[in-house]
Design a protein around this ligand. Structure first.
Ligand SMILES: [Zn+2]
Length: 255
């Protein structure tokens, strides 16, 4: 019974997490198609240890590309562009998404400042502006652009941002982990029914604002759990955020 309900819910709320709240970003995304980086790409056996049934990864042991200096002039390279010779640098995997936008590594961020900084990067890396550069640099620019877009997409939504900051702290969250809490399962089923029965935009918008309140509530609980390093509780908050996020997507599809 529990398993079949979970399957049903999964089918109803397919896994998508895009930052479609920002229209401009969506427009740019269509120009720069990029693969969605898996939040669970730490699959190497090295540096892993089990903790409370979840996989913890150390930050070392990956195949990260770290820049040692500008590929062109050898100066200490800055992110994206070399400050001395202005050549475009390859993606530096040691730079995390928060650093790309000059943000403090904190869950709570100012979405306005993220959007502004995202636009600045995309302007600098726009294909029209780098077309006179060498093939190598154009390729680097495309890679950088994809990374910046993925970074923005990840940090924009509460859920993906929560999962990402957990990952930076060595915790990979499995979104698809089966829910065993019967109260939560019941609530999800009821919510799903309410959404499918709502037949006008007023009703749907009303449900959406209720769901968004819940999302905010669990997001606040996540902050508390995360900041006090109660990672198991933080994972539970993420699990709830996942379902409310999916419910929101379902509502948007019907609107
Ligand atoms: Zn240089």
């Amino acid at each position: 019974m529990v398993a079949s309900m979970t399957t049903l819910i999964r089918r109803t709320y397919p896994l998508t997490s895009r930052c479609n709240s920002l229209a401009t970003i969506a427009a740019i995304q269509s120009q720069t198609q990029l693969p969605r980086e898996s939040l669970q790409h730490h699959s190497s056996a090295e540096g892993r240890l089990r903790f409370s049934g979840r996989v913890f990864c150390s930050e070392s042991g990956g195949e990260e590309r770290r820049s040692s200096g500008c590929w062109n002039c050898g100066e200490k390279a800055a992110f994206l562009f070399c400050n001395s010779c202005r050549s475009i640098q390859p993606v530096d995997d040691s730079v995390d998404y928060f650093q790309i936008f000059g943000l403090e590594k904190k869950y709570e961020i100012d979405p306005g400042s993220l959007e502004g900084k995202y636009k600045d990067w995309q302007k600098k890396l726009h294909p029209d502006l780098v077309h006179n550069k060498s093939k190598k640099e154009r390729d680097y620019a495309a890679e950088q652009s994809a990374k910046v877009t993925e970074a923005c997409r990840t940090l924009t939504k509460r859920l993906s941002r929560a999962m990402y900051i957990m990952k930076l702290n060595g915790v990979n969250v499995n979104e698809e982990e089966t829910i065993t809490d019967p109260t939560l399962l019941m609530e999800i089923m009821e919510l799903r029914e309410t959404i499918s029965e709502a037949d006008d935009s007023t009703a749907l918008n009303q449900i959406r604002s209720q769901v968004q309140e819940k999302l905010k509530h669990w997001s606040d609980s996540f902050v508390e759990a995360f900041e006090s390093q109660r990672f198991d509780d933080a994972v539970k908050c993420i699990q709830r955020m996942t379902y409310y996020e999916r419910a929101c997507e379902e509502i948007v599809k019907k609107l």
